[in-house]
Design a protein around this ligand. Structure first.
Ligand code: SF4
Length: 370
């Protein structure tokens, strides 16, 4: 019998806190700026990323076991849910004319094509480095290239759509020292992807010094934007992302206000990371204030990346994460916002959070694999 929706939302929350012990090989992602050191699964048809590589995941009570048809997730010998892995994307076997493997240009996260278009960041390796970030690690490990050109991304996006059914593209960037902080380059890349592959595109960037840059990003024709405050607790933000703290939380609200006016309600999102010592009341208040403005706060548990400055931590407890989701998701739904209304990107995909599964409880549906 299929798992019911409340149990599925709780299971996803538990797995993203405790990790998953894997008894069979599966497609996973190491390092980088997205769902790193994680396995990617469809659990009962719902897209989920879970920690699989970290030490805590290797000793998790939750186990992924191969079955005749796919996988099962077990706890203490009891089968909780069915799961399906993701086959190695076919486009990973292709290379560009200049000999770069497509997978070094963009990865497939379940059904979303994802790339960090500039794999360098002005803050990496100095006192401004965001403590949760792993952007330089995959570059050091030669798993990617430092700068992806728009034409390379367009070529890979078309192949990912045609060969592997990618449904959107999520493009992020390290920040640059320029006034736009990299926003215009990632938008230019997004335009090339959209034009070549016809996929909806989200681009992610820091608030630029001059908010008119957001108008220029909109002019490139991308669908959604992610402008990530990471934490609504100013003390935590100052500790874990000093450069972002200089923008200040009100600086993020100013950038979101401009972006919502251009892209529309629900097409602007922000990551809100749980488990870095933040005040939960400030976190919920900040999420609600963002929602009031039409911003989707994509609340995720910390996914500690090995080698990052927070690599020694564990994700927050499932009870803590679920407690925050329960105060944010109904507010989001009541405001008429939801992941289904997001054209592209992390808040569309939802695999790194249980928010989407929980949204389904109030809306009566969750996104499932076609
Ligand atoms: S701004 Fe922070 S999170 Fe983004 S790439 Fe730079 S160090 Fe990483």
């Amino acid at each position: 019998m299929a798992i019911d929706s409340p149990s599925l939302a709780s299971l996803i929350t538990e797995l993203q806190s405790s990790g998953l012990r894997v008894e069979a090989p599966m497609e996973s992602r190491h390092g980088g700026a997205g769902p790193s050191d994680s396995g990617m699964l469809w659990i009962e048809g719902v897209a989920v990323t879970v920690p699989t590589d970290a030490e805590f995941a290797r000793t998790s009570p939750y186990v992924l076991r191969p079955e005749d048809d796919g996988f099962g997730i077990y706890l203490d010998g009891v089968r909780l849910a069915a799961a399906a892995g993701t086959p190695r994307p076919r486009y990973y076997d292709l290379t560009t004319a200049d000999g770069i493997p497509y997978w070094k240009i963009a990865l497939l996260h379940l059904d979303s094509l994802a790339s960090t278009v500039l794999q360098t960041c002005a803050y990496w390796g100095n006192s401004d480095q965001c403590q949760f970030c792993g952007i330089g690690l995959s570059l050091d490990a030669h798993r990617t290239i430092a700068k992806k050109r728009p034409d390379q991304l367009a070529e890979v996006a078309l192949a990912a759509k045609e060969l592997d059914g990618a449904v959107d593209a999520t493009l992020t960037t390290g920040s640059t020292a320029g006034a736009d902080k990299g926003a215009l380059y990632v938008a230019q890349c997004g335009a090339a992807v959209k034009q070549a592959a016809g996929l909806p595109v989200e681009v992610q960037f820091e608030p630029p010094h001059d908010l008119d840059v957001i108008d220029q990003v909109h002019g490139f024709g991308v669908d959604s934007v992610g402008i990530h405050v990471e934490s609504f607790d100013p003390v935590v933000l100052a500790r874990i992302a000093p450069a972002k703290a200089r923008t200040g939380i009100d600086g993020y609200f100013a950038a979101w206000e401009r972006a919502v006016a251009l892209f529309g309600e629900g097409q602007v999102s922000t990551y809100v990371i749980l488990g870095m010592g933040e005040d939960p009341a400030l976190t919920v208040d900040g999420c609600r204030r963002a929602i009031d403005m039409g911003v989707y706060p994509f609340v995720v548990p910390l996914r500690p990346i090995a080698g990052s400055l927070l690599g020694h931590l564990r994700p927050p407890s499932a009870a803590y994460a679920e407690g925050i989701y329960r105060q944010v998701v109904p507010y989001l739904t009541a405001r008429g916002l939801g992941s289904k209304g997001v054209a592209a990107g992390c808040a569309r995909c939802q695999a790194c959070s249980a928010m989407g599964a929980m949204e389904g409880l109030s809306l009566g549906a969750t996104r499932t694999k076609a």
